[in-house]
Structures are given as structure tokens and as C-alpha cells.
Design a binder for this molecule. Structure first.
Ligand code: ADP
Ligand code: MG
Length: 702
């Protein structure tokens, strides 16, 4: 299936010289793509891009070489001075000179034989390394490069520096990347010739070559033509795969869903509040889409707490009116259960039969639900991935809704599609992604946006507090609880590999327990489903007043009378996540507070993030800031954080290329929907190179 031309790139990196299992493990940490379900491959190395260079073009001459500078010197070797026999602590020195002065090249634990060969007395050599002035005398300890004057051509004057991880040396990584590059076969051009010319793009091969062997630091700028070419390739692969999915989905043309409005009306009548203007607009847009014979593929974007769920319900109500079934998929079981809890009373009053299906329903209950879905006696089902797995058969699924879409991939979207006769699709996301990112992540979808919060919501007060002042916070919490308030207390997940020891949810729970007794509950990802539900339920019912949680509650949980959220180690969270978490409070009519508890000292970026959180609650502003901060190239853990989901492209530099890529992909597919032409075949290679081969499978199936 995969063109054999690409085989060398799909070999495991352990196939390379000098890369054993240990080195491979280290390299996997710097690989820019998600390889959690496989080992790193040779091809992944191509996209481990250098973040800076060591510039060795400075050739000042010994006397003018500044302390600490990286310089290249052309020298004549004068004499070797080995350490006294038996005294390994004294270094081996090689004295050399140029027109301006003398220098000592210094080696610890040296191999005398090797040095005699590399730096023969009387010879002319070129060395490059860091200049040190030791007691006023010039020296260079372990030059990075040594070459005979005649061979100095091969010395890299501008050397790439790759993101590193502890234990992995620059040399080892550089060598592995070099080998990866040499295994890159000659590939046919997949770019549109006009676009390539207009953008002055080099070939894929040349672009990689220039980035991994920069001639000038400018080659490594994201704005260089080399980088732009690669970014364009990556966008094109992404847009092409999204367009393929879209075409496939569209090809199965839908059917018009309409109804007499009776069920929709009954749901409306059951609502305890008035819909906001943007909820009304979104519902109208969705109902209009449903009425069309073409399939709906719509994204509903709305900040946390903007009320997406009820929009989903009214969409599903129309599907039921039209005589079909609807499914609502949530990313977690907690969320699926919560949807059921909030939707069931409304559905009931509207005469809609609703059920739940997750991995946890077993035995009789499961059999009944499966039967109801198959014979059509269930109208609406909410659940997790289980909704679209093998044994589930629908009587007539006409609408599939996916909540918190950013967690699901393309293949899940397709799985949903396969369960009905071309069901309409609505995806909902709380991540207020900027327009450009919508395009990268979702392709060309229609978008409805919920831009206002339900009436009566009060602003959330956000404060920051260093961990040292935890005692004060606990006193305040005690008052708040006496006052009848409810508190979420969020702890980051503990990752074994992290050097920083973080307070885990369990530890925090144990610590708060003596102070608050039975008022404290705990929920985290490793608990069993039923335990999680129970922890959520008692918190919702007010039997516990503080819920210590990991980020399992991040998405969508709704406890309207929770008014305080404490986020511990807030400096460890990204802006988007902090915003999501904060959205857990401020849902009722009482004023709410968000406490960002941080460990000092704060880094620059973390400081900025926390102050953005203090300044605004606007999800769109926050996401733009988030993008900017990421653009400043902060390091998240050990991996360099680019634009989410991309290895090479940086949206803040390459956004202009995105729309071109989208148009290009769309136009090309209009002419060659099955990628049959010569360029089509080349584009298939591109899809493989950027891990979008899922889309290739579609072609065959189509
Ligand atoms: P999200 O968009 O984050 O999924 P939800 O759908 O969970 O938001 O809604 C958050 C809360 O707002 C719920 O308690 C819901 O009942 C309530 N809600 C939704 N729409 C309105 C509205 N128009 N007026 C008042 N409350 C609303
Ligand atoms: Mg939600």
C-alpha cells in the first residue's frame, strides 16, 4: 500500500548507525510529532528542526578573539606537552600560533596518539571552538572541530543546534539526522508549479538540506524559503487529508431532515431559561442545514459555559421529529453521564426517549440499549467512543454530534459516519480557536459561534497566589465553605519523568482532609468509572464541598453552584487549559473566584500567562495571546512546542500559506479526486511523509 520508495524513511531509527535502543529512546523525546503509538522512524528525524546555529564564521586571530566567543582559528602547531606520567589531572596541551599570538589547545584525559595525528607538529591546522583566556593567556579547551588546513573545506562554519534532552549529545543527534537525510530518496515534486515559483520554494529535498546544513543563520528562520516550503508541505498534507474526508463525507449525500416543530417546541417549553441570541442563531443555522439535502458538517464553537449542550439538544430534537435517531459523543465518561443527567429531564418532557452507552454499561442494561438503538425505540443516545464501535447498530442514525471535538481525530469522525446512512454531523468545541486554527484543525467547515454568555453571569475574579501562602488560602477556604460555597481544587498530573516534584491530587487530598474532614472529595483519572461518578455526584449534591481533582474535570463538567476554583501549579498549565479550567466556575448567579496557585519563581512566559488570565475572561483574546506566547518559542517540557498538531509549520509565521494550501488542495481534488494523476501520486507520498496516510486509505475505500 505504501509506496516502497518511502521504505527507508519508515524504518525504525535503530536502523541507523550509532542508534541503539537507549539513544533511540532519547531521540524519541525530541521528535516533533506524536509517536506515542509507535517508535520513532527515520523519517521523523527529518522534521527535528534546529532551533539555532553555532556560527563559526568569526575568524579574528588569536589576539583579537574575545573571551567566551566561538571562533575559528588557522594555526601552526608548535609543540605537544603531554601531562607528567601518572598524573591524569593535568591536561595535555598543544601549543600553536598565528600571526597575532600563541594559544594553548587543552585536552583532558587525552588520547596522545589521536592528538599526534590530528595536530602534527609543524603542520597548518584549522580549529574551531570556544575561546578562553586563562590567566591572561589564550586557550581553547577541547576544540569542537580540528582539521588540517587542506581539509578545512568540510568544516561546518554554521552548525545547526537541535533541541536536546538530557543524556543525548549534540553529536549523536546531528549524526542521526544526517543519516536520516541521506536516506531520503529522490521524490517527485508534488507542489503546484505556479505556487512553487511564486513563493520561490526550493525542492523538498533542498529545503531539508538547507535547514539541516545551514549556510547562514537566516536559513533557520521560520521565514526562510526553506522553512516556508516545509510548512507549506505540511499544511498541504493536512488540508488535502481534510478535503479528502470532506469529499468522502459529502459524496454520501444526506437527506433533508425537517419536522413539524412539535418536539423542538416541547423542548423549548421545558427550558428553565431563555436562549441567548447566539444560541438562537446557531439553532436556526443548524436547522436550516438539516433541512438541506446536502449533508451538514458544521462546527459549533463556543466558550466554556456558553451553553452548547442545549443547542445540541435542539438539533437532536429536530432529527427525532424527522423520524431519525441522534447520537451525542463526549470525550469522557464523566461528561457523557453529565450530559445524560442534564438532558434526560428535558428530553422526557418532550417525549424523546434517551439512553446512555459507554464502555461501562454491561450486561442487561447494555443489551437493552443496543436493542433499542437497533430497533429505533431509542431516539437519542449519549456516550463515549463506545457509540461508534463494532457491535452498535443504529436503526436510522441521521445526526451525529461530537462534543469537544479537538480530542478526536479524523478516523473517529469517519467511524461515526459509517454508522448511519450519511448522517449529518455537528462538532462542538469549547476551545476558542482563532480562525486560522479552525482551518488547520477542521478544514473547511461551516462554523456557528456562541459569542455571548447566558444572561446573569457574573465576572470571575482571578487572583494569583504563591504556594508559600497556602496557609492563608486554607483559612479563606474554610470561611467560604462555612458560607455554603463549593470549591474545585485542581492538581496537575504527576509525570514520573518530570524532575520537578509536583503535588499530586492524592497528596493534596490527604493534606486537606484533616482541615476539612468529610467535606473533601477526590476524583482523578485512575479511579474506576463508578468511583468517579460517585465523587462527582456527592460534590454536585453538596455532600462534599471541596473536590480535589486532576484535569479529568477539565472538559465540560457542569456544577453551577461551584464558585471557587483553585488551580495548583498554575504555572505548569497552558493558557487554553487554564481558561477551560476556570470556566468550571462562574456558571451560576453568585460571584466566583479563580485562584491561580503558583510555585515561584515564575519564568517569563508563565508570568505573562498568569497575567493574561487576570486581565481577561474572553476566550478569543486568550487564544490569540496563547498563540503569541507559543510563537515566542517557549519550551514545554522537553519538546519544543510548535503549533499544536504540526511538526514544522508555525501558524504565527506561516498563516498566509494556509489558505493557499487549502485552495490548492480543494482545486486539485476537484480535478483528480482519487489522486490518480502524476501529481496525485506525488501528493500521496506527501501524505505519508506527514503522517496523513489515513486519508490515503479513504481513496481505496472510495
Ligand atoms: P458548554 O458550552 O460549556 O458546554 P453548557 O452547555 O454545559 O456549556 O452550559 C453551561 C450552563 O449554562 C448549564 O448549566 C446550562 O444549563 C446553562 N445554560 C445554557 N444556556 C443557558 C441560557 N440561555 N441561559 C441560562 N443558562 C443557560
Ligand atoms: Mg460542554
Amino acid at each position: 500500500m505504501r509506496p516502497s520508495l518511502l521504505d527507508p524513511l519508515f524504518a525504525p531509527i535503530t536502523a541507523l548507525d550509532g542508534v541503539g535502543p537507549k539513544v533511540a529512546g532519547l531521540i524519541e523525546k525530541v521528535v516533533a510529532t506524536d509517536i506515542s503509538d509507535r517508535g520513532a522512524r527515520v523519517g521523523d528525524l527529518l522534521f527535528v528542526l534546529p532551533h539555532s546555529v553555532i556560527d563559526r564564521r568569526n575568524r579574528p586571530g588569536i589576539a583579537y578573539a574575545a573571551e567566551g566567543a566561538i571562533v575559528t582559528l588557522e594555526l601552526r602547531v608548535d609543540r605537544h606537552q603531554p601531562p607528567p606520567r601518572g598524573n591524569r589531572s593535568v591536561p595535555y596541551r598543544v601549543y600553536a600560533h598565528d600571526d597575532t599570538g600563541e594559544i594553548a589547545l587543552t585536552f583532558f584525559h587525552a588520547h596522545a596518539e589521536w592528538l599526534a595525528k590530528a595536530l602534527p607538529e609543524g603542520e597548518q591546522v584549522v580549529v574551531s571552538g570556544r575561546m578562553e583566556w586563562f590567566n591572561g593567556r589564550p586557550s581553547m579547551v577541547h576544540p569542537d572541530h580540528i582539521a588540517r588546513a587542506g581539509d578545512a573545506e568540510g568544516l561546518p562554519l554554521v552548525e545547526p543546534v537541535y533541541p536536546l534532552t538530557a543524556g543525548l549529545s549534540v553529536k549523536v543527534l546531528r549524526r542521526a539526522v544526517g543519516q536520516g537525510l541521506s536516506r531520503l530518496p529522490q521524490l517527485p515534486e508534488w507542489l503546484d508549479a505556479d505556487i512553487a515559483r511564486r513563493q520561490s520554494f526550493p525542492t523538498f529535498h533542498d529545503a531539508l538540506d538547507r535547514i539541516h546544513h545551514p549556510a547562514d543563520p537566516i536559513d533557520l528562520s521560520p521565514d526562510s524559503v526553506a522553512w516556508r516550503r516545509l510548512a507549506y508541505d505540511e499544511f498541504l498534507a493536512g488540508q488535502l487529508s481534510l478535503a479528502l474526508v470532506r469529499n468522502r463525507v459529502r459524496r454520501l449525500s444526506g437527506r433533508p431532515l425537517s419536522g413539524d416543530g412539535s418536539i423542538v417546541e416541547r423542548v423549548r417549553a421545558a427550558l428553565p431559561y431563555r436562549l441567548t441570541g447566539s444560541q438562537e442563531t446557531a439553532i436556526a443555522e443548524i436547522h436550516a442545514d438539516l433541512a438541506e439535502p446536502e449533508r451538514m458538517i458544521r462546527l459549533l464553537q463556543g466558550d466554556v459555559g456558553s451553553g452548547k449542550t442545549v443547542v445540541a439538544l435542539l438539533a437532536m430534537a429536530r432529527a427525532v421529529e424527522a423520524g431519525g435517531q441522534a447520537a451525542l459523543m463526549a470525550p469522557t465518561e464523566i461528561l457523557a453521564r453529565q450530559h445524560l443527567a442534564s438532558l434526560a429531564p428535558l428530553a422526557e418532557r418532550a417525549g424523546i426517549r434517551i439512553a446512555i452507552l459507554t464502555g461501562r454499561e454491561k450486561g442487561r442494561e447494555r443489551t437493552d440499549t443496543l436493542k433499542g438503538l437497533a430497533d429505533g425505540s431509542i431516539d437519542i443516545v449519549v456516550g463515549t467512543h463506545a457509540l461508534f464501535q463494532e457491535p452498535v447498530v443504529y436503526h436510522d442514525l441521521v445526526l451525529a454530534i461530537v462534543d469537544e471535538q479537538h480530542r478526536f481525530g479524523v478516523h473517529q469522525r469517519l467511524a461515526i459516519t459509517a454508522k448511519g446512512d450519511a448522517p449529518d454531523m455537528l462538532v462542538m468545541t469549547a476551545t476558542p480557536i482563532p480562525r486560522t486554527l479552525v482551518l488547520t484543525a477542521f478544514g473547511d467547515m461551516d462554523v456557528s459561534r456562541l459569542t455571548e454568555k447566558p444572561a446573569g453571569r457574573l465576572p470571575i475574579r482571578t487572583v494569583t497566589l504563591p504556594l508559600e501562602r497556602l496557609d492563608e488560602l486554607i483559612v479563606r477556604m474554610r470561611d467560604a465553605i462555612r458560607d455554603g460555597q463549593k470549591v474545585y481544587w485542581i492538581c496537575p498530573l504527576v509525570e514520573e519523568s518530570d524532575e520537578i516534584e509536583l503535588m499530586s491530587a492524592e497528596d493534596r487530598f490527604a493534606m486537606l482532609k484533616p482541615a476539612f474532614g468529610g467535606n473533601v472529595g477526590l476524583v482523578h483519572g485512575r479511579m474506576k468509572g463508578a468511583e468517579k461518578d460517585e465523587a462527582m455526584r456527592v460534590f454536585k449534591d453538596g455532600e462534599t464541598r471541596i473536590l480535589v481533582a486532576t484535569t479529568v474535570i477539565e472538559v465540560g463538567v457542569d456544577v453551577p453552584d461551584a464558585t471557587i476554583i483553585v488551580i495548583e501549579h498554575a504555572e505548569r498549565f497552558g493558557l487554553a487549559q487554564l481558561h477551560q479550567l476556570r470556566g468550571r466556575v462562574g456558571r451560576g448567579s453568585k460571584p466566583s473566584t479563580c485562584v491561580l496557585l503558583y510555585k515561584s519563581p515564575l519564568g517569563q512566559t508563565a508570568k505573562r500567562r498568569l497575567s493574561v488570565m487576570r486581565e481577561t475572561e474572553n476566550g478569543f483574546v486568550i487564544s490569540e495571546e496563547d498563540l503569541k506566547l507559543r510563537g515566542e518559542g517557549e519550551l514545554l517540557g522537553t519538546r519544543q512546542s510548535g503549533t499544536p498538531g504540526f511538526q514544522v509549520a508555525r501558524i504565527e509565521h506561516h498563516a498566509d500559506l494556509l489558505e493557499t494550501a487549502r485552495d490548492d488542495a480543494r482545486q486539485f481534488l476537484a480535478e483528480d479526486p482519487e489522486l490518480q494523476s502524476e501529481r496525485g501520486a506525488a501528493l500521496r507520498l506527501l501524505l505519508y511523509l506527514f503522517g496523513r496516510d489515513e486519508a490515503v486509505r479513504l481513496l481505496r475505500a472510495g
